[in-house]
Design a protein around this ligand. Structure first.
Ligand SMILES: NC(=O)c1ccc[n+]([C@@H]2O[C@H](COP(=O)([O-])OP(=O)(O)OC[C@H]3O[C@@H](n4cnc5c(N)ncnc54)[C@H](OP(=O)(O)O)[C@@H]3O)[C@@H](O)[C@H]2O)c1
Length: 290
């Protein structure tokens, strides 16, 4: 079934699934988590941008517990260090590792060199997740250019500045998965926060174009559209229907990435909610406070 403007969800086997390496007899075997059975240890290297809290931090925790070597990036170094410490036991048990780098995505000039450095330190790269984002609240009569442009810089320009070197690297090695955390807010022009929605609509368009561009190289690009996730970003919102935890969101995001899903609504009920919302005619939609 295909709805106007919505890409159907396509599931295919990830290319990285192979036979699991047999651990040496002398070493007590580390149990491979069931959802990762078959993913070779040397294909578990990832970067999460926007990892100091919320969804990004939950993704790092989950990847570390699955034996990934993962680089966690964001501006708040202290939160990143706490995250790495919290992951240390799990990572040691599974053979994973968390490295951290304070980084502001507004500093686009530093990205190419930082990216190269991280790939070297991780020993290669299989997965990149762009989770950095801001959503300053807007009053109904508030129009603030400075704040709007900052949102575009972080949410959209930051995403593009990271995806470019990643796309080029994955294209060259002819594999890899790139995940962008967009939002249901990009599906329609809601009155509540016009520019936040615009940055997410821009991400949706950009990620779809990258997916089409990189598909022939065997590289997958996955667009994630969360509804409400229980993080700092939503703590002051009055109404948060179908809210799920960051942990649940992270599990769904990683399963979508591994399943080579094109677009995944998180939680999945948002696929149906947004299918209905997209069908509401403009003259009715403008009267609604959604
Ligand atoms: N929570 C939801 O309901 C929801 C719904 C739809 C979409 N999303 C999207 O999900 C993503 C993650 O949000 P969240 O809910 O997990 O909120 P969050 O807890 O506020 O996380 C946002 C992350 O982005 C990072 N970030 C912000 N500005 C940055 C910058 N200039 N440079 C580098 N990193 C930066 C933050 O780290 P620092 O502050 O340390 O830099 C933090 O790690 C965002 O893109 C958001 O738009 C969230």
């Amino acid at each position: 079934m295909c709805f106007a403007g919505v890409e159907p969800i396509i599931l295919r086997d990830p290319p990285t699934i192979m036979s699991a390496p047999i651990p040496p007899a002398s070493v007590s075997p580390v149990p491979t988590p069931p959802r990762l059975r078959g993913v070779p240890a040397d294909a578990r290297r990832g970067i999460v941008i926007g990892a100091s809290s919320g969804i990004g931090a939950a993704l790092v925790r989950q990847l570390a517990s699955e034996g990934y070597r993962v680089a966690a990036l964001a501006r708040r170094a202290e939160q990143l260090d706490e995250l790495a410490t919290a992951c240390a036991d799990d990572a040691a048990r599974t053979g994973g590792r968390v490295i951290t780098r304070p980084h502001d995505v507004l500093d686009t000039a530093e990205i190419p060199a930082l990216f190269e450095e991280l790939v070297r330190e991780l020993g290669g790269l299989d997965l990149v997740i762009f989770a950095a984002g801001i959503m300053p609240t807007r009053g109904p009569e508030e129009y603030d250019t400075e704040s709007d442009l900052a949102m575009i810089q972080v949410n959209l320009a930051g995403c593009i500045a990271w995806c470019n070197p990643v796309a080029n690297y994955f294209r060259t090695q002819r594999r890899g998965t790139l995940v962008g955390i967009s939002s249901v807010a990009g599906d329609r022009g809601r009155k509540a926060n016009p520019v936040y929605g615009t940055t997410k609509a821009g991400m949706n368009h950009y990620l779809e174009a990258l997916r089409n561009r990189l598909g022939e190289s065997g590289v997958h690009v996955c667009t994630i559209k969360p509804g409400f996730i229980d993080t700092a970003m939503t703590k002051d919102l009055e109404s948060t229907p179908f809210m799920i935890s960051a942990e649940k969101a992270a599990a769904s995001i990683l399963s979508a990435a591994r399943g080579r899903v094109n677009t995944r609504y998180v939680a999945r009920i948002w696929f149906w909610v947004m299918t209905v919302i997209r069908c509401i005619p403009s003259f009715i939609f403008r009267k609604l406070n959604i």
